[in-house]
Design a protein around this ligand. Structure first.
Ligand SMILES: [Ca+2]
Length: 482
């Protein structure tokens, strides 16, 4: 008996030595540890559309569950106040004072990413990840340098063009620049609805790559316009406009499919090795500010750099790594995704990033590197800039108007302009705006609106009419033809 015990001890020691010294064993266990990354990006959903953030009109149980099982960020921002620049920031790790797309349109039409652009997809692809994107791309239409398969994606399925993405009952979608016919019954059923197929393709990609590290960019289109859905349950009987009912139901659909992704990860046994992030690319549209309170009581909405245009729901779940039910007030924006992904993948953070890795925060460790300030600029007809500096928020419309200054801790809705009382903070924020903005040859709308026009004056009084003055959103097929 003693002999057997000794023999076993010897075997255990030898096995231990083999495991500790074998490079093959080391590298394979390292590879197995590389976590999958799933980033679900809603399109135009406001922070007030999710019950985890205090939604007033309904519940989003799956996003709630994601928050309960992960970390909810309370001071997170998207990349911009409209689609294309926000996605450009997410993909490049550069803020809108540096990145190529600073608005949906430019004076040169739609700008496509250069084929040499450093992107998070390319970084993860080169680190051994399978890379798939599903939904709306918006950074290069077929035939341009900026198509997703040029930017590090093995596979992209959905809409390349933003305007095309308005059409939920389209007769084609695009897979790696090839049009895939989409048979329509003409009855606007769930089978006809593009998100059905896009969500299915998302789940298929996850399933197909379950045994290797993967990056799944689920850039789903709901609740962006057109506000159409085959069935607007559970809101059908509400005394609301059809648009409100459809929009709310699109949020419910989005939530349901967040749940499907969570279930898929669980069924495949890979939830514990997957960082799952949920966010939205910009704030809610102005038409849902009053009726559904989709901006959560914040000032502004999509297209504006007030909080309602850029504050985002941001939830991260990674079972066993992220403390369930935790919250973080770290100041973060989409610029942080690429550095965080680099650290997760175990590769160096590329130079030229405006972001920082937020992995220490996710893991409950000390976040020694933090943003002193967050910078945004946009050119939706009017040039706007904003800076978040601690609890301070600076906003400027055009280049000549005085800076507006708000204390977001005391005044989250940006109602009280404190600029006159704090010239030192104003000066500091103006210096940040000057240093973070780099001129772009594609944008020069640096003037503020024509103040003297009676029509403009009248409109300026009513903030909800601002979007009428702003360019119609989105890339356009028309612009492409130019
Ligand atoms: Ca959007």
């Amino acid at each position: 008996m003693k002999f057997i015990n000794q023999t076993w001890s010897l075997i255990v020691v030898i096995l231990g030595l083999l495991t500790a010294t074998s490079p093959a064993a080391d590298s394979s266990s390292q590879a197995a540890k590389k976590p999958n990354i799933v980033f679900i990006l809603a399109d135009d959903a406001g922070i007030g559309d999710f019950s985890a953030y205090g939604c007033k009109y309904g519940v989003t149980p799956n996003v709630d569950r994601l928050a309960a099982e992960g970390m909810k960020f309370t001071r997170a921002y998207s990349g911009s106040a409209v689609c294309a620049p926000s996605r450009c920031v997410l993909m490049t790790g550069q803020h809108t004072g540096h990145t190529l797309r600073r608005s949906n349109q430019s004076k040169d039409g739609l700008l496509s990413l250069p084929a040499t652009q450093a992107t998070v997809a390319r970084l993860l692809h080169d680190a051994g990840y399978a890379t798939g994107g599903f939904g709306k791309w918006g950074l290069g239409n077929p035939g341009t340098t900026g198509v997703p398969e040029n930017e590090g994606f093995d596979l992209f399925f959905g809409y390349y063009d933003q305007k095309h993405a308005h059409d939920y009952y389209t007769d084609y979608l695009v897979r790696n620049s090839v049009n895939v016919p989409y048979q329509q019954s003409g009855k606007h059923t769930w089978e006809d609805y593009s998100h059905t197929r896009i969500a299915d393709e998302t789940l298929k990609f996850i399933e197909k790559n379950k045994d290797r590290p993967f990056f799944c960019y689920a850039a789903w289109t709901p609740p962006h316009q057109d506000y159409v859905i085959p069935d607007n349950a559970p809101y059908s009987d509400k005394p609301w406009s059809e648009t409100d009912k459809n929009y709310a139901a699109m949020i419910a659909l989005l939530d349901k499919d967040v749940g499907r992704v969570m279930q898929k990860l669980k069924d495949l046994g890979i939830a514990e090795n997957t960082l799952l992030i949920f966010s939205s690319d910009n704030g809610a549209n102005d038409e849902f500010v009053e009726s559904l309170q989709s901006t959560g009581g914040l000032r502004g909405y999509k297209r504006l750099l007030y909080e309602g245009g850029i504050r985002a729901p941001f939830i991260a779940r990674w079972p066993g790594k992220i403390q369930p039910g935790s919250t973080s007030d770290l100041l973060t924006t989409f610029v942080d995704f690429m550095p965080t992904a680099a650290e997760l993948a175990g590769v160096p953070i590329p130079s030229g990033m405006d972001g920082i890795s937020i992995l220490p925060t996710l893991l409950g460790q000390n976040q020694s590197k933090q943003h002193e300030a967050l910078y945004f600029e946009i050119y939706e007809t009017f040039f706007q800039q904003s800076v978040r500096l601690g609890d301070w928020k600076g906003y400027r419309l055009g280049t000549k108007a005085p800076l507006e200054l708000y204390d977001l801790k005391a005044d989250p809705a940006e109602k009280q302009n404190l600029a006159v009382a704090h010239p030192d903070i104003v000066q500091k924020i103006e210096a940040i705006m000057a240093s973070e903005h780099t001129p772009s040859p594609h944008y020069d709308a640096l003037e503020q609106p024509q103040k003297d026009s009676k029509k403009q004056k009248k409109k300026k009084k009513n903030v909800s009419s601002l979007p009428e003055m702003l360019n119609e959103e989105n890339s356009s097929l028309e612009a492409d033809k130019k």
